[in-house]
Write a protein that binds this ligand. Structure first.
Ligand code: THU
Length: 125
């Protein structure tokens, strides 16, 4: 699975985003070491703090299905580049400090980061 394909899967999830409050839809596609992809979208709530981001939705889906080793994550947003928020960076760091993160406005303009670049000193107990 190449980066473009993974990004397309993040993009394909976008219509399922539930974002009536911000109008900002996010889709994520998380590739496990086993080669399985879990997608996720942001799911907002009337009690705004209850909102969950697309990246964490994908990670929680994977972990709850027994997958904990991740190699790559692609994120697509309804506008601009969907940089993962700080909470998502830390959440992903728990399972995959070596994660690669694929971002871009479209599949022709993808940027590749490591999680370490986006979160240089993640927290560990
Ligand atoms: N959002 C994500 O899904 N991922 C991020 O990393 C940043 C923010 C969502 C949460 C909320 O539904 C909307 O974007 C606006 O903050």
């Amino acid at each position: 699975m190449d980066n473009r394909e993974l990004f397309r899967m993040a993009l394909a999830a976008l219509p399922n985003a539930y974002a009536p409050f911000s109008g900002f839809r996010v889709g994520a596609a998380l590739l496990t070491e086993e080669g399985k992809v879990f997608t996720g979208v942001n799911v907002e709530n009337s009690s705004y703090g209850g909102t969950i981001c697309a990246e964490r939705t994908a990670a929680v889906k994977a972990v709850s299905e027994g997958y904990r080793s991740f190699s790559r994550l692609a994120v697509a947003a309804s506008e601009g580049i969907g940089y993962p928020c700080g909470i998502c960076r830390q959440f992903l760091y728990e399972f995959a400090p070596e994660l690669e993160i694929i971002l871009g406005e479209d599949e022709e303009h993808l940027q590749v980061y490591t999680l370490k670049e986006l979160l240089p000193e993640g927290f560990r107990l």
